[in-house]
Design a protein around this ligand. Sequence first.
Ligand SMILES: Nc1ncnc2c1ncn2[C@@H]1O[C@H](COP(=O)(O)OP(=O)(O)OP(=O)(O)O)[C@@H](O)[C@H]1O
Ligand SMILES: [Mg+2]
Length: 244
Amino acid sequence: MTSSSVALQASSLTVFREKTPVLSDLTFKLEAGQIVGLLGPSGSGKTTLMRAIVGVQTIEKGSLQVLGLPVGNRKLRSKIGYVTQSPSVYGDISIKQNLRYFGTLVGANNQQINTLLKQVQLYEIRSRLANDLSGGQRARLSLAIALLGAPEILVLDEPTVGLDPLLRRDLWNLFKNYAKEGVTLIVSSHVMDEADRCDYILLLREGRLLAQGDKKSILKNAREARTIESAFIRLVEDNKEEKR
Ligand SMILES: Nc1ncnc2c1ncn2[C@@H]1O[C@H](COP(=O)(O)OP(=O)(O)OP(=O)(O)O)[C@@H](O)[C@H]1O
Ligand SMILES: [Mg+2]
């Protein structure tokens, strides 16, 4: 891996919230142009790690670099798109007006906005008020907003939660297309099945990395587990054994 193809690099990254460590000693290196799955149960630290990546979380110890720069660096602002776990859009204006509003902040023009609307399949209903959208439509609007500045890194916190299978598939296909163009996507989920869609997986538990790698290698290292979910359980049990 050459240094220019490294999108993210963490070294002993440790984050505290209210004096308790919620991320402990994370070390990983992520290649650009990949879909990285951040998987782990509720409370395992997914959102906290995403906050650290986008530069809004104090880092207690260790380091975290994005595109070769320390997180929080001003130059990274326009390079990272972030969709939070409960994304906010303006409900009393239309889809298109939301994109225009957020677009002016990053200098997106009308043509770019229309292209994005087509990509997320909202072009036909672009005049509809954001308040009147279904959960899936709202998720796609938030995604479009995050994509406005053509970011190199896209951080998506549980983007597919509550979506029907077809919509989930469409969204993952969209993610794949972006990855092909060289965008690095960090996608969190507590649904372990979503590992199938990821090039690289960070498996978190209680703020620690239980495993990392592509799906195949994680399964292999978990005594030939058949699914990421069973790998997760085995690795947790193996850790308990070791501690005894
Ligand atoms: N503002 C805060 N102050 C103190 N502790 C917090 C704060 N926010 C989160 N935590 C704690 O940090 C830990 C990790 O939380 P985080 O939100 O990163 O988990 P998560 O993996 O995103 O969970 P979920 O799947 O439920 O979204 C949890 O134990 C949580 O209670
Ligand atoms: Mg979360």
